[in-house]
Design a protein around this ligand. Structure first.
Ligand SMILES: NC(=O)c1ccc[n+]([C@@H]2O[C@H](COP(=O)([O-])OP(=O)(O)OC[C@H]3O[C@@H](n4cnc5c(N)ncnc54)[C@H](OP(=O)(O)O)[C@@H]3O)[C@@H](O)[C@H]2O)c1
Length: 292
């Protein structure tokens, strides 16, 4: 077993399913100890079992990241049990789809801000003193490709993911030189429950025939980001074309986003490989509600 993460203590928020579960299992395979945080107690217990089956120690701490008291209890539980925290993966979050003109847009934005950005900031603020006292630590913030380029009908989510990118960027520079590293991960559409409730026809247009990444691929990328001290990881790499186009001009970014709505173009770029998001999750994932 590789020694890099052996006996390191990794806290993962949103660890009850999806990308967070995959991240936890990826670190467990590396020999790390896991602290698993999310709201669903039953789902956390299942992930804890999987982590233990891989030979790693695990502690589940039911946590709502929007509650400052719960976040304080999470960090206390982690340090009481393991004496330190080496890696924090800020992954907990939600995503809503809808036009800017929809009646629920502002409410969707508030909810997403609370769970995905303010939750992340709250956990980070609690963990940073632990890292400062230890003189080391790594923070991984889960953003999205949407954190660099928004798509239509995904405005509330993209606003928050841009916030995650900016938070990561400023934090990384603030802690520079103190042996605390900060990575931002920007996955494209991934096969999780995040958008399960969204009708296929209502999805952001470029997503409608896109084949999602596997959560395992994102989990492995998070481990590699910490190991190699990467500041930013975009998945898949091809998505960098969209971000490069956007950086050159929003006209080019919009052209690429529109091009991705055409299946042959998305297929030529490797973004549409047969199964869509809904086809993939219906064959590979149990609905989270049934498994709670
Ligand atoms: N799927 C994608 O296409 C995609 C792409 C790029 C980035 N991301 C990001 O990846 C992260 C994980 O999403 P996912 O795709 O794995 O979705 P998911 O399967 O729906 O998982 C979301 C996780 O976040 C937890 N969570 C939500 N609200 C929480 C809260 N208030 N307190 C604590 N935990 C909370 C959920 O657990 P409980 O419900 O048990 O609390 C669950 O474990 C999100 O930040 C998302 O923005 C997803």
């Amino acid at each position: 077993m590789p020694a890099f993460f052996k006996n390191k203590v990794v806290v993962v928020t949103g660890a009850s399913r999806g990308i967070g579960q995959a991240v936890a299992l990826a670190f467990a395979r590396e020999g790390a100890h896991l602290v698993l945080a999310a709201r669903s107690v039953d789902r956390l217990a299942l992930v804890e079992q999987e982590v233990r089956r891989l030979g790693a120690e695990a502690l589940s701490v039911p946590t709502d990241v929007t509650s400052p008291d719960a976040v304080a209890a999470l960090v206390d539980a982690a340090t009481s049990r393991f004496g330190r925290i080496d890696v924090l993966v800020n992954n907990a979050g939600i995503g809503k789809v809808g036009d800017v003109e929809s009646a629920t847009f502002t409410d969707d934005l508030h909810q997403t801000l609370r769970a995905s950005l303010f939750g992340m900031i709250s956990v980070t603020q609690r963990v940073l003193p632990v890292f400062r006292a230890q003189g080391s630590g790594a923070i991984v913030n889960m953003s999205s490709v949407m954190g660099r380029k928004a798509f239509a009908r995904f405005g509330s989510y993209a606003i928050v993911m841009h916030g995650v990118s900016a938070f990561s960027d400023s934090l990384r520079q603030e802690v520079a030189g103190g042996n605390i590293q900060v990575s931002a991960i920007h996955p494209a559409l991934t096969a999780t429950d995040l958008l399960r409730e969204v009708d296929e026809a209502e999805m952001p247009p470029p997503f409608r025939h896109m084949t999602p990444l596997s959560s395992d691929a994102v989990g492995r990328a998070v481990v590699a980001a910490v190991r190699h001290r990467r500041r930013r990881v975009v998945l898949p790499r091809m998505a960098n074309m969209l971000l490069l186009g956007e950086a050159l001009s929003p006209r080019i970014g919009d052209l690429i986003a529109t091009a991705l709505t055409h299946r042959p173009i998305a297929a030529a770029l490797g973004m549409s490989r047969g199964q869509t998001y809904h086809q993939t999750i219906s064959t590979t994932l149990r609905p989270a509600r049934q498994s709670r």
